[in-house]
Design a protein around this ligand. Structure first.
Ligand code: HGA
Length: 605
């Protein structure tokens, strides 16, 4: 989602701002822009195309400056258009970018219009620019502190003023913003990766902070207006995604990276121990009597899969909640519950808010499974397991999901050990199976040609049903989500036993039914559900495994995964479903890495 970069320096910062925007591109955006202090005036360039286009535009105009801000926008208020793209100006004096949503924008707009301000965009952001201009009396830092008191909602803001050429001011509440401290220059950005290479000295702003950046000054006040010192950390952020190599899309590359990603995620795990999750994990795992997992989207399905594992192996009750629902509903808190958040970026606004909500209800023990070690989620949780998927560029999550599953399986084993519910032999068998995952995944990837053959056929459908049972039900959900995200085929997933309670009414020749069918205790029941589909003319696409004993016949297409992988089978079946979604999307000619309307890092509510 939106990305922010800002700089105050003694050199032309245009290349730094553009490079920062490129590094934030993976988050997803629909327009971009840059504003600079040039010859005593505010100048800007905005585009609804890619950052590369903006760069060309800037090369042609020769725009340069020592102070400025830049932005990638993922529209929430107002269509993606040049007028709605940030930076927004007010009276040629204030330039401002924003990430988040201002909930009282209507009220503020009416007030500012009453004062004579003319709005050029449909965004909520423009009200902040005019509000800052209205309150400005010569000190931008003071002004922003006053302005944010009028804002309801979430924001990360970077702003500069024509009349103070060597100053950029920032503020955050509910959206990420960091400061990069340089020598005689300072920076603002949505994450450390955006300015990696320029500085590795990073301050993570806290909720309510307002920061004043000048050439030699980085001054922060907290939500109460008190001056605060925030720790400056040395952060070696990844400098972005590697080349595509032989792959056509990042998603394909990331699917094929999964053996490496899972291997890296498990690297250094020499045995099962709670301390893998942090020094205090042993005491906490001993104490807790249940888990509350909070997540969104794909991460939510990882949580659902973990519920099956944890309840079956560690015998601890698990509740899994969609973060955006949990944060607003009345729930009954259990102070002895371990709150587990799952997020690829560690900046997912809904999950962060749900975490805070859980804490406010008295649940103090928190753990996160996250792919970014410097993220807000990791900083805010007591315990963490960092997956090592590497930068994920494709909007549809692949390697981040399977590495989350690997981490959650480790969590299952560590919890089971803490509760004395697993033998040493079982631990070592599970660990052996986990270590074999990279090889087992490679064998599934080798099925690609068979999956391509299916996808050519599959691409003609407009709807699809996915079925799974037990711990493969969340995998069916994830398979359906992948397909809809990137191919735009409407797909729904059901636990197969639910078929007769409704979705069977949809089954016709035009409704393919993808079935996740490994050999497990529910397979025979699943086979009956498959018969119900065939009896209505539905076409079955079955992902079986070496032991499932399902053979292809008319209307029943079967791809057999090479191994029966027991408890870890969800990970292997996921890989097959990812390939099906990818190749179907490819056959339909969609923009696989940047599906319409979606963003990678969901930093707004
Ligand atoms: N509400 C603002 C910014 C949106 C945003 O933060 N997206 O990630 C707008 O619509 O321009």
């Amino acid at each position: 989602m939106c990305g922010i970069v800002g700089a105050v320096a003694q050199r032309n910062i245009t290349p730094i701002l553009l490079e920062g925007l490129k590094r934030l591109e993976y988050r997803g955006y629909d327009s971009c822009g840059i504003a600079l202090h040039t010859n005593g005036e505010l100048q800007r360039s905005r585009s609804t195309a890619r950052v590369a286009e903006l760069e060309k535009q800037i090369e042609q105009s020769g725009l340069s400056g020592y102070t400025g801000i830049a932005h990638t926008r993922w529209a929430t208020h107002g269509v993606p258009s040049t007028d709605n793209a940030h930076p927004h100006f007010s009276r040629g004096r204030i330039a401002l970018v924003h990430n988040g949503i201002i909930e009282n924008h209507d009220e503020l707009r009416a007030e500012l219009q009453g004062l004579g301000y003319v709005f050029e965009s449909q965004t909520d952001t423009e009200v902040i620019a005019h509000l800052v201009d209205h309150l400005y009396q010569g000190d931008l830092f003071e002004t922003l502190q006053q302005a944010v008191k009028r804002l309801h909602g979430a924001y990360a803001i970077a702003v500069f003023c024509r009349d103070e050429p060597h100053r950029v001011v920032g503020a955050r509440q509910g959206s990420p913003l960091i400061v990069g401290v340089g020598q005689g220059e300072n920076f603002l950005a949505s994450d450390a990766m955006a300015i990696a290479g320029t500085t590795d000295q990073i301050i993570y702003l806290e909720e309510g902070d307002v920061v004043d950046l000048q050439l030699q000054r980085c001054w922060i006040v907290d939500a109460n207006g008190q001056a605060v010192q925030r720790e400056v950390r040395t952060v070696h952020a990844h400098t972005g995604a590697a080349d595509l190599g032989p792959y056509r899309h990042y998603m394909q590359k990331e699917i094929f990276e999964q053996p490496r990603a899972i291997g890296d995620t498990l690297e250094g795990v020499t045995g099962i121990m709670p301390e893998l999750f942090g020094d205090k994990a042993y005491g906490i795992f001993k104490k807790i009597d249940s888990l509350l997992i909070l997540a969104c989207g794909t991460s939510y399905y990882a949580g659902l899969t973990a519920k099956y594992w944890i309840e079956s192996i560690a015998k601890i009750p698990v509740q899994v909640e969609v973060a955006s629902e949990y944060r607003y509903r009345d729930s009954v808190p259990n102070p002895n519950s371990l709150v587990v958040t799952i997020s690829q970026s560690g900046e997912t606004a809904d999950t962060l808010a749900a975490l805070k909500h859980a804490r406010s209800l008295g649940m103090e023990h928190t753990l996160t499974i996250c792919n970014v070690s410097t993220s807000a989620m990791v900083r805010e949780c007591e315990l963490a397991y960092i997956t090592r998927a590497g930068v994920e560029v494709g909007v549809a999550s692949t390697k981040a999901f399977t590495t989350q599953l690997a981490a959650l399986f480790l969590l299952t084993l560590a919890l089971a050990q803490s509760k004395g519910r697993i033998t040493e032999q079982q631990e070592s068998d599970h660990l052996k199976a986990m270590r074999h995952l990279p090889v087992a995944i490679s064998a599934v990837l080798a099925l690609e040609p068979q999956i391509i053959a299916w996808s050519e056929d599959f691409a003609r459908y407009e709807n699809a049903l996915f079925l799974g049972r037990g711990m493969h039900y969340p995998i069916a959900l994830e398979g359906a989500l992948k397909l809809k995200e990137i191919s735009y085929i409407h797909a729904e997933a059901y636990p197969a036993g639910e078929l007769k309670h409704g979705p069977l009414a949809l089954v016709t020749k035009e409704m393919p039914v993808v079935t996740v069918a490994p050999k497990d205790s529910l397979l025979e029941k699943l086979k009956s559900n498959m018969q119900e589909v065939r009896a209505r003319g539905g076409e079955l696409y079955v992902f079986a495994d070496a032991d499932s004993n399902i053979i292809s016949s008319e209307g029943v297409h079967v791809i057999r995964l090479p191994e029966n992988y027991g408890q870890l089978s969800p990970i292997l079946h996921t890989v097959a479903l990812q390939l099906l979604a990818y190749h179907t999307a490819l056959a339909r000619g969609t923009d696989v890495d940047k599906p319409r309307n979606l963003a990678k890092s969901v930093t707004v509510e």
